[in-house]
Design a protein around this ligand. Structure first.
Ligand SMILES: Nc1ncnc2c1ncn2[C@@H]1O[C@H](COP(=O)(O)OP(=O)(O)O)[C@@H](O)[C@H]1O
Ligand SMILES: [Mg+2]
Length: 260
């Protein structure tokens, strides 16, 4: 469903794309032996949908995101984005990792510019830098250097660098995982707002059940390695969501039961 907030989204941010993961199996090689990591994963992210992935550590969550990002091909199965098979990285599908990886010698603005420089779009699309910084609440820190930012602000800068590409799918690999708990709560609200304003589809890996329930339309629970889908849980609560609301508390209990 497209909400009222979506129809008011500021240009030029692009609308969400559709991801279709079909029967994806993946294995690595470890000391000459195959290491199965993903087991027939079939998963959709609808345009504008926010999907969260939860699963035990080492089960294959980051691997699945890497396949969606096009950083490597699956051993078998298919990944299709907006009707085209994913064959490599593309600015329409950007990843934000746990570590913001900003260049310390570049200002915030110049770090965000990297997203455009990589595509040769800096000259024509420079205006997007200020827009992305405004969207993440860092407009006043455009000239700051990474060492002058808090952890939460650095992660906002990394989000801006991703958003400057106008992604149709934002791929988030535990982006708030290293933040202290208060900053993490604040950034969860920020992410919810960004998603509502910018209109991208989102695929988030988190180890925090509550974070998944606060942010996602659907929570996908994975088994231990090789990851299989154990359950898909729709979260229909209206936003903004109360962490301690009865519905979320009940879902949290169910999910923790699945993960135990
Ligand atoms: N390039 C690689 N080569 C070999 N094994 C890998 C590689 N990348 C990840 N793995 C292994 O695949 C498994 C899943 O890793 P990962 O997807 O990072 O898990 P998660 O993100 O769920 O914690 C782990 O056992 C990890 O050691
Ligand atoms: Mg991981």
């Amino acid at each position: 469903m497209v909400s009222a907030a979506r129809t008011l989204k500021p240009e030029p941010f692009a609308a969400g794309g559709a991801l279709a993961v079909r029967e994806v199996t993946h294995r690595f090689e470890l000391e000459g032996k195959p290491l199965p990591v993903l087991d027939r994963i079939t998963l959709d992210v609808a345009p504008g949908e926010f999907v969260a992935l939860l699963g035990p550590s080492g089960c294959g969550k980051s691997t699945l995101l890497r396949l969606v990002a096009g950083l490597e091909p699956p051993s078998s199965g298919s990944l299709v984005f907006d009707g085209a098979t994913i064959a490599g990285p593309d600015p329409s599908r950007v990843v934000v990792f746990q570590d913001p990886t900003l260049f310390p010698w570049r200002t915030v603005e110049a770090n965000v510019a990297l997203g455009l420089e990589a595509q040769g779009l800096l000259k024509t699309h420079r205006h997007r830098i200020a827009e992305a910084l405004k969207l993440v609440g860092l407009a006043e820190f455009a000239s700051a250097y990474p060492h002058q930012l808090s952890g939460g602000m650095a992660q906002r800068a990394a989000l801006a660098r991703a958003l400057v590409n106008e992604p149709r799918l934002l791929i988030l690999d535990e982006p708030l995982g290293k933040l202290d708990s208060l900053t993490r709560l604040a950034m969860q609200s920020e992410l919810a707002r960004l998603w509502a304003e910018a209109g991208f589809s989102a695929l988030l890996v988190t180890h925090d059940v509550e974070e998944a329930l606060i942010l996602a339309d659907r929570v996908v629970v994975l088994s231990g390695r090789p990851a299989r889908i154990l359950a898909e849980i729709e979260v229909t609560e209206a936003r903004p969501r109360a962490r301690d609301g009865a519905a979320l508390v009940a879902l949290r209990r169910d999910i923790l039961g699945l993960l135990a």
